[in-house]
Design a protein around this ligand. Structure first.
Ligand SMILES: [Zn+2]
Ligand SMILES: [Zn+2]
Length: 326
């Protein structure tokens, strides 16, 4: 059962987040114990919320494994793909100067419910990693035409994605993964075994690197359309629906949820999608005009959009913080 964001907030407000009628309990799994005992890194604070069958995740947004010294930032993000662009097209950002703590707080169910229908993942936050970083899907644009890992580019040893398959947004915030976070996954991998849990998606189902039972490497052929399957994992010896990130070919990330999830689960105020209506209000423009000005390329060209709307770029970025993807 999908429920709207508004309905969810109402339920939250009344303190009674009821995911579905009794029938769904039969198909749901209780992940609370595994979540509580997962090896969350020190920068992550997990609060179990048994009364609402959920947990609250809080982190500073900075990956505990460290990051590359420099990243390539496309000078014109709308000019995609980046792969064939010359070195001059990119700005080299020194991460030591540019990395900004970007607090991440979200609440995720501990009673994920598998659904036959799927929900596309959005740009922006789709899940949380055990080391405090964000999990994004594989795309860099709303049209789902550009896969970050396939658009990987390196100039003079500086890369668009680091060797953990992550990077920040152009503003130095919101470090996120577009593929297997190898730096976490390898640290907790047990040779010859199913990968260990590296995080949880917004629908509450756990996510793993690409080793299945017996350490066998899974590829897209072994998984459903959402890169998941039912099976046993180290944390769920009785079996659970879970996602695998793959390394062979796109999607390297999760394109859809196979679990019940709020319709808009991109990051924004209260962990919901960017609030275009509120931003438009604040700027004194219509929501349609705002969306039109921002266009579909990621991240939007805020300068051009501000000009089109007749507002300052500062006002625009304040009204609409952190674009959902780079
Ligand atoms: Zn598996
Ligand atoms: Zn990105």
């Amino acid at each position: 059962m999908l429920y709207s964001t508004a309905a969810a907030s109402v339920l939250m407000a009344t303190g009674a987040l009821i995911y579905s009628p009794i029938s769904a309990q039969d198909t749901s799994t209780d992940t609370a114990e595994a979540i509580e005992s997962a090896p969350w890194h020190d920068n992550v604070e997990i609060t179990m919320q048994p009364e609402t069958n959920s947990f609250n995740y809080k982190s500073n947004g900075i990956p505990s494994h460290g990051f590359a010294e420099q990243y390539l930032i496309p000078s014109d993000p709308s000019n995609q793909p980046f792969k064939d662009k010359p070195a001059e097209f990119f700005v080299v950002a020194n991460s030591a100067d540019d990395f900004i703590e970007s607090e991440l707080e979200t609440t995720i169910t501990t009673r994920p419910v598998y659904t036959d229908t799927t929900t596309d993942t959005s740009l922006g936050l789709i899940g949380v990693a055990i080391n405090g970083a964000r999990i994004f899907n594989d795309y860099e644009d709303f049209e789902r035409a550009l896969t970050a890992q396939d658009d990987q580019v390196v100039h003079d040893h500086v890369a668009f994605l680091d060797n953990c398959n992550g990077h920040t947004l152009a503003n130095g915030k919101d470090y996120h993964y577009h593929g297997i976070p190898v730096c976490i996954a390898e640290a907790i991998a047990q040779p010859g075994k199913h990968s260990s849990m590296i995080g949880v998606l917004a629908d509450g189902f756990p996510v793993y690197a690409n080793n299945d039972v017996g350490g066998i490497v899974v590829t897209n052929d072994d998984l459903d359309e959402c890169s998941g399957h039912f099976g046993t994992t180290p944390e769920f010896p009785d079996g659970i629906y879970h996602y695998h990130l793959t390394a062979d070919e796109a999607p390297y990330m999760i394109d859809c949820y196979h679990g019940e999830v709020e319709e808009t689960r991109a990051e924004g105020p209260n962990g919901q999608g960017p609030d275009f209506a509120a931003a438009a209000d604040e700027l004194g423009v219509t929501e349609a005009a705002l969306r039109e000005a921002l266009g579909t390329s990621m991240p939007p060209d805020f300068g051009a959009a501000a000009q089109a709307l007749g507002v300052s770029e500062d006002a625009l970025t304040t009204a609409l913080p952190a674009p959902p993807g780079r």
